[in-house]
Structure formats: C-alpha cells, structure tokens
Design a protein around this ligand. Structure first.
Ligand SMILES: [Zn+2]
Length: 301
C-alpha cells in the first residue's frame, strides 16, 4: 500500500517547499538534536540492543544535508558565547549532540559531520571507557532482553547497581556497542568537539541519594578532564526525562559550575533553559524529508 502522507512529504521536499519555508524563518530557540550512535550501513539489521538509537550512516549523511543547507549548525562554544553576551546566534541554530560515548561517533559519525562542516558535542559515560565494557543497558539487553533494562531503570539504586555490575562484560573493540577509547576522546577534544559529562556509569540519578549522585557526576568529570585536558562545562542527564533526575541533580550541577545541562524532553532550547535544556531525540528510520518536515512543522507546534 502506498503511504500517501509520506509520498506527499517527499514530493513537497523535491519541489523545495521546506527550503522556501525555512528561508527567512527564525527558530524559537536552538534545535538541539540528541543522537546516540551511528551504525555502518553494512552492519546487519537485528543484531543490536536498542537498535533504534543507532542511526544508519546514510541517514546521518542525509540529515546533515538538510541541516547544512536549510539551518545554521553551531557549536556548543558558540552558543555559550552568545548566552554570555557575545555575538548573537544565527536565525536557525542547530546543535548536534551524541549521548553515551559510543565509539562509532569517532569512527562513523565524525567523518560525515566534518564533510558537511557541522560541529558537534558528545556526552560521555566514563566507566565503560575505563573498563572497556559494554554500557550496562546494552549488556543487560543482550543477555536478558530490553524489558529487563526498562525494569531496572525503575528499580531502587542498590538493586540496579548490583544487576549492572553482575551483567558487566568486556566488549570487542570492533563491536558497534563499544565505547570510545580515552585516546579518541582526547583527539575529539583537540579537534574542537565539545566533550560533556554523562555520569560515570549511567545510573538513573533520581534513584540515587545526593552523595551518590555527586560521586557519579564528579568521577565522570575528573576522568573526562584528565583525558581532554579541558574543563568539562556541559552535561546530559542519563535517560533525560524529568523523572530521571531530581532537584538535587540540578543543584549539584549548579554547585559544580556546569554551564549547561540537557534533557531528552522535546522542544527548542531557549536562552534561559541553562540546566534543563530540551532536545529533539533522533532515532533510526528518520529520513531527510521527515527531518525537514519536523523542523518546518511538527516541532513548531
Ligand atoms: Zn545516555
């Protein structure tokens, strides 16, 4: 059966509708896109945990075509300078971010983004980098299935911690679930990528007491600052829904001097969001046409 809605969007895209509509338009804030990782196009389907979080290389390439030609990709540094009274942002600012710190950000995504001249940020969990293990949710999903991950996200902190430790196992370096290495993180930072915090081991912070939250956030920052030799000033909340962090989390980040923190709640990020900036989640299966449609229409409602 023909999907008429999709066909209509594709036709409008081909006729330049989205480009014309965006030209001269102004976003109500920064469109911060939240990616996780990028799969090589030849990687077989159905082999990965949370496969939807790993967009295809060709999909990212198509997204970059839309962003570079219809919007104004910016770096976190440029945004921060504008917030601090520097030069104002362009009309349609977009910030590309990646959560967790998968190795494919350096090996697959980076060359594509560089080819399009698009800056990006990466929020890295440091414990899997240090230990060369799967992220806990991938280890649990590959062993016991994704529903068990969802159950553990709601479990008390100690139960989660015990289960995550029990599931921990070494990851082959060529597995697309592998985390970045400390050398790759250093190299990304040297090339101008902003490396931000995402805790040491990706707990649901709202389940942890204040001291445990602070330990997770600080241990992560110390590791990242040692690898990058730069201050870490941005943060993304693990899982990122409002119920995944607490007022304590926000106050710890403020105390530690973080300049910005990102959620996964949907919306344009305006100047005053600072420690709870919304983002648009980007999943596999989103075409260039669909991204253009969202930028013009659905995300604006
Ligand atoms: Zn994450």
């Amino acid at each position: 059966m023909i999907d008429w809605r999709r066909a209509a969007k594709r036709t409008l895209f081909g006729l330049g509708h989205h480009r014309r509509r965006l030209r001269g338009d102004r976003f109500p804030g920064v469109a911060v896109l939240c990616y996780h990782a990028v799969r090589p196009d030849d990687w077989p389907t159905g082999r990965m945990a949370f496969e939807g979080l790993h967009v295809r290389a060709a999909e990212l390439d198509a997204h970059c075509g839309v962003l570079a030609s219809m919007c104004h990709p910016i770096s976190f540094g440029r945004w921060r300078a504008a917030l601090d009274g520097g030069p104002p942002l362009p009309d349609r600012p977009v910030l590309v971010t990646f959560d967790d710190g998968y190795r494919t950000v350096a090996t697959v995504a980076r060359p594509i983004l560089e080819r399009h001249g698009i800056p990006f940020s990466v929020f890295v969990c440091s414990a899997p980098v240090e230990e060369r293990t799967y992220f806990w949710y991938d280890a649990v999903a590959l062993g016991d299935g994704e529903p068990e991950v969802q159950r553990l996200k709601r479990a008390p902190f100690d139960e989660w911690s015990t289960a995550a430790r029990a599931a921990s196992r070494a990851v082959p370096e060529n597995d697309p679930h592998a985390p970045l290495t400390s050398d790759e993180i250093r190299e990304l930072a040297r090339s101008g990528v902003d490396v931000g915090g995402h805790t040491a081991s990706h707990p649901i912070l709202a389940r942890a007491d204040r001291a445990e939250q602070r330990r997770e956030i600080l241990r992560n920052r110390m590791a990242l600052e040692a690898w990058t030799e730069r201050p870490v000033t941005a943060f993304a909340y693990p899982n990122g829904e409002r119920s995944d962090y607490s007022p304590d989390t926000v106050s710890i980040l403020a105390e530690l001097g973080y300049a910005a923190a990102f959620t996964t709640q949907s919306g344009f990020a305006s100047g005053d969001c600072r420690l709870e900036c919304p983002r648009f989640l980007m999943l596999a299966g989103v075409s260039d046409v669909e991204l253009a449609h969202r930028l013009c229409h659905s995300w604006r409602r």
